[in-house]
Design a protein around this ligand. Structure first.
Ligand SMILES: NC(=O)C1=CN([C@@H]2O[C@H](COP(=O)(O)OP(=O)(O)OC[C@H]3O[C@@H](n4cnc5c(N)ncnc54)[C@H](O)[C@@H]3O)[C@@H](O)[C@H]2O)[C@@H](O)CC1
Ligand SMILES: Nc1ncnc2c1ncn2[C@@H]1O[C@H](COP(=O)(O)OP(=O)(O)O)[C@@H](O)[C@H]1O
Ligand SMILES: [K+]
Length: 513
């Protein structure tokens, strides 16, 4: 799903109004009506007090349209206008007049803290104060209003975006943002719903379709894209009946050191569970027995050294290589990693200690083959690109890094983001049960396994991150957040694949007599 920028949303509104020949404020009418439908379906006429706080722009206008529908349907509604300036938008004014027609009184005007109403924790607050048009720091009394919302404990529904958040800039003041229980976002979610510093404000969200021009939505290229099942299904390569293992590639996992052989076992098993035909683990001698006994499907080549990687010599032709897991940073390992970078032409996933070696020896970046996939967690990313001031700065610097070195960077974490130049793909699967040792090794193996099967580096990254998270989500149902282990993610890879083509359960329809 595409995630549009603020400018693109305004452009989409304009184009829609022109192409659909809409009267002024029709989009606002659609937005308000859709939110009303959403609430009406859940509330079924319940007389819970609903307090609607409207700003003076179009977000406030949406709130006024919602208020009008709720009032005409007999709900218990109080409407407030948060009088934060003088520039009321035209559409706001139209909605303002219309709400007056049904209430026969003007909404309550709030200008300072003394005007704040009191509410009960079982009431509902609708936040239509600021939308995507927020363009400066909010006044102290409005910040106090948002704190007042939070202190009440009442369920808070934000219209389009929690007020106080910018769509394309970091938060200025954490207390000056509405903490929404639910956010109804128009046409598409916003990128900030998924970034570490802002995601907590939109605990739950849903998209409301206001009928923006389809052609505009299809043709507009966006910086951000959300990757869920719909986006990965077209990537999936079905198997032919007469296929054989030679078609699905041979993955080579290089890594491990004394005490860290398990990482290579996990990655190698993941290569196979992702579907590769063969896997070979390249480990120090001490890894031979553990891998041969715990993973009979794998082949093993050992280094000359007992404890760490000191020479990378193999006479097979791997289809893809995953390197770095559990490898350590011994001087010899660095030397052979450098040699491998200059000599290999096969697609590569670079993880863990291989990333750290690059961070400590930036000249290696010149040698990293084009389109290699780097999979840092935030700490490893910081070592690679330096520190950042906020999420937007981090993404900007990662894009610059990706463009400069022609690599794909996968920033791991909740909502893993795959960065390919300017483009950012946000993954939706995965859960905090996966914050456990070894789950990154599993990801490296899965992506290597997909590269083996002729998925392009971008496809392997997006599909691999999705499957890894989906398998983790399915494993969660059996193991729970605390007990989930990295190897359980591998156990559920099959279910994650099968789930791609499962139809959602249809609601039961009672047959008429
Ligand atoms: N396609 C869509 O997404 C649609 C969006 N609509 C709504 O339109 C909204 C955008 O409307 P607007 O552009 O009018 O913007 P907003 O309603 O977000 O607010 C802008 C107003 O607030 C003022 N303002 C900004 N920051 C302020 C601050 N810190 N303190 C005080 N005042 C401040 C601005 O000067 C302006 O008057 C969206 O968020 C959405 O709710 C709908 O009405 C129609 C369809
Ligand atoms: N809270 C979370 N939500 C979703 N995914 C997570 C979460 N925590 C961790 N993960 C995933 O688990 C993996 C952890 O990788 P990493 O930090 O390299 O672990 P390790 O080094 O132990 O293997 C990443 O793919 C990350 O996206
Ligand atoms: K809002």
């Amino acid at each position: 799903m595409k995630i549009f920028s603020k400018e693109q949303i305004y452009q989409g509104d304009k184009i829609t109004e022109e192409r659909q020949e809409l009267p002024a404020s029709e989009l606002m009418e659609r937005a308000g009506l859709q939110i009303f439908n959403w609430m009406h379906m859940r509330m079924q006429g319940a007389q819970v007090p609903v307090h609607i706080f409207c700003g003076i722009g179009n977000n406030g206008g949406d709130g006024l349209v919602l208020a009008r529908h709720l009032i005409t349907h007999g709900y218990n509604v109080e409407v407030y206008v948060v009088n934060c300036g003088n520039s009321r938008s035209d559409d706001f004014l139209t909605a303002y007049d219309k709400v007056k027609e049904v209430t026969k009184k003007w909404p309550k005007l709030l200008k300072c803290e003394n005007d704040f109403p009191t509410f009960h924790k079982d009431d509902i607050i609708v936040d239509a104060v600021f939308g995507i048009g927020l363009n400066r720091k909010i006044d102290d009394w409005i910040k106090a209003l948002f704190k007042h919302f939070k202190a009440s404990g009442a369920f808070t529904l934000s219209v389009d975006i929690p007020s106080g958040l910018y769509t394309d800039a970091p938060i200025e003041d954490r207390e000056g943002v509405v903490r929404a229980n639910y956010t109804l976002s128009f046409q598409a979610p916003k990128a900030i719903f998924f970034l570490p510093e802002t995601a907590e404000y939109t605990a739950q969200w849903e998209v409301i379709d206001v009928g923006i021009d389809r052609e505009f939505l299809m043709q507009t290229e966006t910086e951000f894209e959300l990757i869920s099942k719909n986006e990965v299904i077209p990537i999936y390569k079905p198997r032919e009946r007469f296929s054989h293992k030679g078609l699905f590639g041979h993955g080579l996992i290089i890594g491990g050191s004394y005490g860290k052989i398990g990482a290579v076992q996990l990655a190698s098993r993941s290569v196979l569970s992702a579907g590769a035909g063969l896997v070979t683990a390249y480990v120090p001698k001490c890894g031979y027995l553990p891998i041969q006994t715990s993973l009979p499907e794998a082949m093993v080549i050992t280094d000359e050294d007992e404890y760490s990687i000191t020479s990378i010599k193999f006479d097979l032709e791997p289809t893809a290589i995953g390197i770095g897991i559990g490898m350590g940073k011994a001087a010899e390992s660095f030397k052979v990693f450098k040699t491998l970078l200059t000599s290999t032409k096969v697609p590569m996933v670079i993880d863990a200690d291989a990333l750290n070696m690059i961070s400590e020896n930036k000249e290696l970046l010149e040698l990293v083959p084009e389109n290699s996939i780097l999979t840092p967690h935030p700490k490893e990313l910081e070592r690679l690109i330096g520190n950042w001031t906020d999420d937007f700065d981090k993404l900007k610097k990662t894009s610059e890094f990706s463009l400069k070195h022609k690599v794909i960077v996968i920033i791991k974490g909740a909502n893993t983001i795959t960065v390919l130049g300017e483009k950012k793909f946000i993954n939706v699967t995965g859960n905090p049960g996966m914050s456990t040792g070894g789950s990154g090794d599993v990801l490296t193996g899965i992506i290597t396994g997909l590269l083996c099967q002729s998925y392009s580096p971008v496809e392997a990254s997006l599909f691999g991150v999705y499957l890894h998270g989906r398998a983790g989500d399915m494993a969660l149902e059996e193991y729970g957040y605390q007990s989930l282990l990295a190897s359980n993610i591998i156990d559920y890879m099959g279910d994650a694949y099968i789930d791609l083509f499962k139809q959602p359960e249809q609601p039961q329809v009672e047959e008429a007599e």
